[in-house]
Ligand binder design. Sequence first.
Ligand SMILES: Nc1ncnc2c1ncn2[C@@H]1O[C@H](COP(=O)(O)OP(=O)(O)OP(=O)(O)O)[C@@H](O)[C@H]1O
Ligand SMILES: [Mg+2]
Length: 309
Amino acid sequence: MIVIGLIALFILMLWLFRNITSPLRLLNKEMKLVTEQGFNRSNVALSHWRNDAKNEVHQLGVIFTDMMSHIERQFNQLQQVDSQRKTLLAEISHDLRTPLTSLYGYLETLQLNKSELTPEQEQVYIATALRNSCQLRQLIDQVFELAHIESGHVKVINERFNLVEVLYDIVEKFALKAQQHNITLVFEPETHYMMVESDLNKLERIISNLIDNALRHTPANGTIVLCALAINNGGYQVSVKDSGVGIASEELANIFNARFQASNSAKTSEQKNIGLGLTISQKLCELLGSQISVTSKLGVGSEFSFKLV
Ligand SMILES: Nc1ncnc2c1ncn2[C@@H]1O[C@H](COP(=O)(O)OP(=O)(O)OP(=O)(O)O)[C@@H](O)[C@H]1O
Ligand SMILES: [Mg+2]
C-alpha cells in the first residue's frame, strides 16, 4: 500500500515537474532567441501560449507574445515614418535647389559680365537675385518651422485676449493683397467681445496660412469670409470660407499631408509654395488642443475651421 502511494506521489511530482519546467524552458529559449535577434521576431517562431489562468508560465508566455507584437508594431511604424522623412527630405532639397540655382546664376552673371550690362539690366539682375533669396528664406523658414514643431520642443504660451481684435488685425494684414487680386475679404464676428485663452502667435500663424491659401485659390471677384461664432459647449468656432476653385473630394483627405498639393493648386511661375502650410497649421492646431477640419466642393469653394476655448 505504502509502495503504491509512493509510486503515485512520484508520478504526480514527475507530472508537475514536466508541466512546469518544460514550458518554462521553452519560454526561456524563445526569449533568448528573440533577444539575440535584436527583438526582431520575424525569424523566430513563437509558441502559441494559452491564456490559462491556472498556469503562470503560460500567462507569462501570453504577456511575452503581446509585448513582442507591440514592439513589432512600433518598429514598423518607426520604419514607415523614417521612410516618409527620407522622401520628404529629398523632395524639399529639390525645392530649395531651384531658387538657389537661379540666385547663383544671376550673381555669377553680375560678377562676370558686369562691364557689359547696362545699369537697367544690372538692376533687373539684382532684383531677381533678391527675389530668389527671399523665396529661399521663406522655404527654409517653413522647413525649420515644421521640424521644430515635430521635435516636440515647441512651447504653448497661453494668454487671454479678445479673439475679435486679433482677427481684425489679421484681416487688415491681408487687405492690400486681397484688393490687388480684386477679392473681397471680410470678417464677420458674431459679437465684438470673444475672450479666449490661447497662444496668440500660433493662432495668427494658422489663420494667416488659411487666408493665404484662400487668396491663392480664389479667382478675381471672389469672396473670402473669416468667421467667428460662439459654440454651444463654450468656446468659439473660427472658419475661413472662400468662393474659390475648391478641392476634389478624392484629394481632400490628403491636403494636410506634407508636400501634398492638389491638382487645383495655384502654381505661380516662381513656385514658392511647397505644400507645407496646412501640415504646419494642423500641427499648430493640435498644440492648441484643437483640430482643423475642411469641407470643399470643386468650383464652389472651401471652408477650413477649428474650435478655440
Ligand atoms: N482654400 C483652398 N482652396 C483650394 N485649394 C486649397 C485651399 N487651401 C489649400 N488647398 C490645396 O491644398 C494644398 C496644400 O495646401 P498647403 O497650404 O499645405 O500648401 P501650399 O499652399 O501649396 O504651399 P505652402 O503653404 O507651403 O506655401 C494646396 O496646394 C492646394 O492644392
Ligand atoms: Mg499654403
